[in-house]
Design a protein around this ligand. Structure first.
Ligand SMILES: [Zn+2]
Length: 275
């Protein structure tokens, strides 16, 4: 049997943060997954907003086993409408998945300064979510708009080994601490056109970087403008990372896929396995 050299490994891309459970994708899941495969995107993490989308993410991960993985939890934007009962049901549902390989993270969870009127409730829910990650020994995928410094201060009081700060944008001054702690950062389409995000990518070592789309978010600029956000954007994001890091796109893609496996503790399939 021929041994395949390292550089002959098939190209593979990952989308560590997409909301496949979003209504906007409801009728399009099959096509999105097919299109992802055609673009060599071999692993997608379906993030959740609340109980309903947590159930949906889990269903998708079970149906599209080996390419879709679930992240379950309550997003800060869902906190206002959240009832005590829904919080409890979500927590119970997640705990029941202990050992279920479809569930690979708690997410999307976090704090958002835009909702400061419900700050106490946000803190309570975020605390509950981080305790779940702790309890199930799962990574946490964190939304930290305007709250990154506070979140970075909070995390050490939990026993969490794997933290992903999704769409990290600022403050840049906190990056050395984030990197030193071994947290991961995921960046998406703005890597191609935003100087701020390019600066973040430049400063974070490649071994701590992941790629994402945050679909169906759709206000990206050119070359994504006006298109439905799908994992097919990922190869363009990786090209931008490669350019910033002054390495080949293949090298960037390989390292990011390896990071995905290390961070989420899963072995992703190559296209051959997925065919
Ligand atoms: Zn998101």
């Amino acid at each position: 049997m021929l041994k395949v050299a390292y550089n002959m490994k098939p190209l593979r891309f990952v989308d560590a943060h997409i909301h496949l459970s979003d209504e906007e994708y409801a009728e399009k899941i099959k096509e999105i997954i097919l299109e992802a495969k055609n673009n060599k995107v071999v692993a997608l993490v379906s993030n959740s907003m609340n109980l309903e989308t947590s159930i949906k993410s889990l269903e998708l991960a079970e149906r599209y086993n080996g390419i879709v993985y679930a992240a379950m939890g309550i997003h800060p934007w869902s906190v206002n409408a959240l009832t005590e009962e829904e919080l409890q049901q979500t927590t119970e549902l997640i705990i029941k998945q202990r050992g279920n390989k479809a569930l690979i993270a708690i997410g999307e969870v976090g704090l958002d300064y835009k909702y400061e009127k419900i700050w106490e409730k946000q803190l309570m829910v975020f605390d509950e979510m981080l305790r779940l990650a702790e309890k199930l020994n799962l990574p946490a995928i964190i939304h930290s708009r305007g709250t990154t410094a506070q979140i970075v201060d909070m995390i050490p009081s939990y026993s969490l080994k794997r933290i992903l700060l999704h769409w990290f944008s600022n403050p840049i001054s906190i990056l050395p601490k984030v990197i030193e702690r071994g947290y991961y950062i995921s960046e998406g389409p703005p890597t191609v056109y935003s100087n701020g995000i390019r600066e973040v990518v430049k400063k974070v070592q490649l071994t701590n970087l992941l790629t994402e789309t945050d679909g169906p978010v759709r206000y990206f600029k050119s070359p994504f403008y006006g298109k439905m956000t799908t994992p097919a954007f990922i190869p363009t994001v990786v090209d931008a990372i490669a350019e910033i890091k002054r390495i080949s796109a293949k090298e960037a893609a390989d390292q990011i896929a390896t990071n995905f496996e290390d961070f989420f503790g899963v072995k992703i399939n190559s296209m051959e396995d997925n065919a």
